[in-house]
Every structure is written in structure tokens, then in C-alpha cells.
Design a protein around this ligand. Structure first.
Ligand SMILES: NC(=O)c1ccc[n+]([C@@H]2O[C@H](COP(=O)([O-])OP(=O)(O)OC[C@H]3O[C@@H](n4cnc5c(N)ncnc54)[C@H](O)[C@@H]3O)[C@@H](O)[C@H]2O)c1
Ligand SMILES: [Zn+2]
Length: 367
């Protein structure tokens, strides 16, 4: 569902998540829709992080809110994962309380996935739950983190260990906000865009043609739509939502093998996607053309499809030390040939020999 608007198309994607209904809007100027939503609440608590304020689009959203709504407080979280802690949650909730926020207040997250996870969890828990809206400012948050109502903070021992399902009231993604995004964050987002293209192969050609540049609003909207569809089918991650972990099983291993600093999340996901396709080919689920297609798209985006043998071995040893490991062993999200293309299945088990072979194939001995 799209309607024309000055400066480009705006996609309005209706999201349904259990009893909750909300709109994901993608396109130029969509953040303006936060004003009427904010005015429908007694007061607004803005949650953001300092680097986000480099973005003129983010600053415009904040200015609009302070002009059009009753902003009780603005919380500037420590950046990234450091903002996703119980200590910061306590600090933020205390600020809301002192600023006079009530159950009729609205929390507005302006930032990347770290901000929307933390702000969403603040909204899920403050006064046993207040509504929230997301104005995502990273590519990853626009296509993934801000949609679907999964909110969380970290514990020192584990990421996202304390959280809640709390769907937002609106997600307003203006790709203009991405202009100031650091290159590493662009690559991180592109890894997720590629994941959606692997889930919906019709998008692969459009992804490859980007050659590593930022996607336009239409492609961002297609990815957001893919996430909305999966969340609608499976609001609490019992089945179909596991599709979103495509490329993430080995990818998380790669991230961990690089000490969570060497690889951007999206780079690790790209390697993980190449791994998943190679594993699927080893298992006879897809042919070599599908592997070539995904690896061409990875390379076209300037993302890695290979790692050094040492990283591959470490990743293989480390993968599975996450929530997707079940008592019955690792369960994979893998493609399966269908006609000239493929479909993707979850909860697939793989023979250890095929996994070992894929680890060897993903290893680039020249590195
Ligand atoms: N809830 C979910 O379903 C879900 C899904 C995927 C990821 N996540 C979470 O999302 C987080 C990662 O999100 P992310 O990749 O957006 O990281 P992030 O929020 O840490 O943002 C990355 C960096 O970019 C900066 N930034 C944000 N917008 C900017 C802009 N427009 N211009 C310049 N700088 C800007 C941030 O301040 C930060 O330094 C992780 O904590 C992850 O667990 C959640
Ligand atoms: Zn991811």
C-alpha cells in the first residue's frame, strides 16, 4: 500500500501482532506523524543517544516533538550496548517519574536498535507498560530492530537477557536519517537487507545493484514489510519468526570469534548467509547456482563471504552458544530449492559432516 507524496513514495505497512495493530511508515517526512500521536498523550519522554543527534533528520524529529507535544523529559542514553543495561533503565525510569510521566505518557525512541530496544523495554515496564513509538535512524533499526515489539536490555553475562514483547504504536522510518550513518553501520544494515533478499529471492537483484550503497526508501520498505509479515505470522517467536535468524547461527559465531569488534554485525551475517547456503548445498537442498547467486550478491555489496581458517574454526566452536541451541542440538535456518529459486525453512538439523565441510569451504586460506 503506497501513496505518492512530494519528495518520493511513502509506504504505509499495517502491522498486526497478536492484539496489537500499528503502522510502519517508510519514506520522506514520515516522522511528522509522531506529532498527532504525541498530542494524544498527556506527555512524551524522548529516548535517544548522542551520535544520533548528528543526523539532521533526527534533530528535526526532536524539534517537532518539542514544538508540537508536551515533552516531559529527554533521556540521552550512553551509546550502543552501554545504553541497554538495567542500571540505565533504573536511571531512565526515575527520570520519567520525576518529570511527572504517567500511564498516559508516550515514550518515543529516536535512534538505532540499541535505543529502540532500551526505550521499548522502558515503555514495557514503566508503570507496568506505557505506549511507545519508534523513529529508527539506522538501517538495521528501520528494517529489523524497531519492528516487532521485541524489547530488551543486556546482562553482563548475556545480550538481551532481560526483555519483553511490547509492540510499538508506530514505527516511522525516514531514510533521510541514514545520510550521517558511519560506514560500519551501513554495512551492518546491508547484512540484514541481504538476509531479507535471501528470504525473498525476488529482492536479490535489487540488492546486488546497490553495490554497497544505501537502499532507497522502496527497498527499505520491502524489508520492513518482510519483517512485518513474519511477525504477524508468529508474534512470539515460536516458529516462523525463526526465519529471521537466517545467516545468524554461524554469523553469531563469526561475531564472537572476532571478539565482537573485528566484524560488524552485518558482515558476520553475510558470512553466515554464505555458510548457510554452502551447508544447504552440501546437504543437497539447493544447487551450486543458488550458492553462486547469494555469494555474488554478498560480494557486490562489498560484504565478506569468507573468513580466515582460524576465524572459521573458532566460529564453528563458538556457534550454538546462544539461545537458538536446543537440547536436541543446533537447528538451522536453511534454503531449499523450489523451481528455479528457493524457499527457506527453519528447525532443520544438519549432519556434522556437512557442517564441517561448509566450515572448510567458508575458510579462505589466502587470508
Ligand atoms: N528488537 C529486535 O527485534 C532487534 C533486532 C535486531 C537487532 N536488535 C538490537 O539492535 C541493536 C543494534 O542496532 P543498531 O545496529 O541500530 O546499533 P546502534 O543503535 O548501536 O547504532 C549504531 C551506531 O550508530 C549511531 N547512530 C544511530 N543513528 C545514527 C545516524 N542517523 N547518524 C549517525 N549515527 C547514528 C548510534 O548512536 C550508534 O553509535 C543491538 O542491541 C541488537 O540487539 C534488536
Ligand atoms: Zn541480525
Amino acid at each position: 500500500m503506497t501513496r505518492p507524496r512530494a519528495g518520493g513514495e511513502v509506504a504505509v505497512i499495517p502491522a498486526v501482532q497478536g492484539d496489537a495493530r500499528y503502522e510502519v511508515r517508510v519514506g520522506p517526512g514520515v516522522a511528522a506523524a509522531v506529532a498527532p500521536l504525541a498530542r494524544a498523550h498527556d506527555s512524551v519522554a524522548i529516548v535517544t543517544a548522542r551520535p544520533v543527534l548528528r543526523s539532521p533528520a533526527a534533530r528535526r524529529a526532536l524539534a517537532l516533538l518539542s514544538r508540537e507535544a508536551n515533552v516531559a523529559t529527554t533521556i540521552v542514553l550512553p551509546d550502543g550496548e552501554r545504553g541497554k543495561t538495567l542500571a540505565e533503565l533504573e536511571r531512565a525510569a526515575t527520570k520519567l517519574l520525576r518529570a511527572g510521566c504517567t500511564r498516559r505518557s508516550l515514550v518515543v525512541a529516536v535512534g538505532g536498535g540499541a535505543v529502540s530496544d532500551a526505550a521499548g523495554f522502558l515503555a514495557a515496564t514503566f508503570m507496568r507498560g506505557v505506549p511507545w513509538a519508534a523513529i529508527p535512524t539506522t538501517l538495521l533499526a528501520m528494517v529489523d530492530a524497531a519492528i516487532g515489539g521485541k524489547t530488551a536490555v543486556n546482562l553482563p553475562a548475556a545480550k538481551n537477557a532481560v526483555g519483553a514483547f511490547h509492540p510499538p504504536s508506530a514505527v516511522l522510518a525516514d531514510p533521510a536519517a541514514l545520510a550521517t550513518l558511519p560506514a560500519r553501520e551501513v554495512r551492518s544494515g546491508l547484512g540484514e537487507v541481504l538476509k531479507y533478499a535471501a528470504l525473498r529471492p525476488a529482492l536479490l537483484g535489487r540488492f546486488a545493484r546497490l553495490r554497497g550503497a544505501l537502499p532507497d526508501a522502496a527497498l527499505v520498505a520491502e524489508c520492513a514489510r518482510a519483517k512485518v509479515d513474519v511477525v504477524r505470522a508468529d508474534p512470539t517467536e515460536r516458529g516462523e519468526r525463526k526465519l529471521l535468524n537466517l545467516g545468524h547461527t554461524f554469523g553469531h559465531g563469526v561475531e564472537a570469534a572476532g571478539g565482537f569488534s573485528r566484524f560488524a554485525h552485518g558482515e558476520a551475517v553475510a558470512v553466515g548467509l554464505a555458510f548457510a547456503f554452502r551447508l544447504a548445498a552440501r546437504m543437497g537442498r539447493i544447487g551450486p547456482l543458488a550458492v553462486a547467486e547469494i555469494e555474488d550478491a554478498i560480494r557486490a555489496a562489498g560484504l565478506p563471504a569468507r573468513v580466515t581458517p582460524a576465524v572459521a574454526r573458532r566460529a564453528a566452536a563458538l556457534m550454538g552458544y546462544d539461545k537458538k541451541r536446543t537440547a536436541a542440538g543446533l537447528r538451522w535456518v536453511l534454503p531449499l530449492a523450489r523451481g528455479a529459486s528457493w524457499t527457506v525453512e527453519w528447525d532443520v538439523s544438519a549432519p556434522p559432516a556437512a557442517v564441517a565441510a561448509a566450515v572448510r569451504e567458508i575458510s579462505d586460506r589466502s587470508k
